[in-house]
Design a protein around this ligand. Structure first.
Ligand code: HEM
Length: 190
């Protein structure tokens, strides 16, 4: 729950700060009935791109779980004896300008190609990579889709004081959360 809820907190914050992105996702969702189901996922290109960008910018687990080196090994001239503890930081790739142009900008469009297909971007790795990558990835992806698609289909997320927007400061804990913020949630009438 911790990871999915923390991603949802960042996501709602981003929707509030980027109403144009929320609106574009709503235009796509408005073609469907009020209740969005998992089988709708493949047709909703912008919604998927939006969730990708939320996960990229939220980067809630920037430090991966500990590993121990299984056998003596040398990499790039550095010796790692068996048993050494290693703490990878794989997710820095998601903020690398070599992988994502203007990484500080919130741009769901970066995940859509010129034919309006969702791009497969190998450097988007919120669930990490390798043998120890997240075991719950498929469940989490399904949850995030259902949460964001249904919330956006039915509600608007409005900044209560646009002149004084909420902070994007990162609060480090088991996962990285935003600071508590206020949001006006308004039922949409379609
Ligand atoms: C948005 C939601 C989630 C995100 C962003 C996320 C991300 C991650 C990341 C980055 C790791 C570390 C992998 C590494 O050290 O290389 C991890 C590990 C793990 N995750 Fe998730 N996770 C999420 C949801 C879930 C859910 C829903 C479950 C289970 C139902 C889950 C189960 C696990 C487990 C068991 C591991 C440890 C794997 C291992 O060490 O072998 N995660 N997750």
């Amino acid at each position: 729950m911790e990871t999915t809820v923390t991603t949802a907190k960042w996501g709602i914050l981003m929707l509030m700060l980027h109403p144009e992105a929320a609106q574009r996702a709503q235009e796509e969702l408005d073609q469907l009935p009020e209740r969005i189901v998992l089988s709708d996922k493949t047709h909703l290109i912008y919604v998927n791109a939006l969730i990708n960008e939320i996960q990229r910018t939220a980067n809630i687990l920037p430090i991966n779980l500990l590993r121990a080196v299984a056998e003596d090994i040398e990499i790039d001239g550095y010796r790692f004896p068996a048993g050494s503890m290693v703490l990878p930081q794989i997710s820095i790739t998601m903020n690398d300008p070599g992988n994502f142009e203007n990484p500080e900008k919130f741009l769901p469009e970066r995940f859509i190609d010129e034919n309006n297909n969702l791009k497969k971007v190998e450097t988007l790795i919120p669930f990490s990579i390798g043998k120890r990558q997240c075991l719950g990835e498929s469940l989490a992806r399904a949850e995030l889709f259902l949460i964001f698609a249904n919330l956006l289909r039915n509600f608007d997320f409005i900044c209560p004081d646009p002149g004084n927007p909420p902070s994007l400061e990162r609060v480090y804990g088991l996962t990285v959360s935003p600071k508590p913020y206020l949001c006006v949630i308004k039922k949409r009438v379609i």
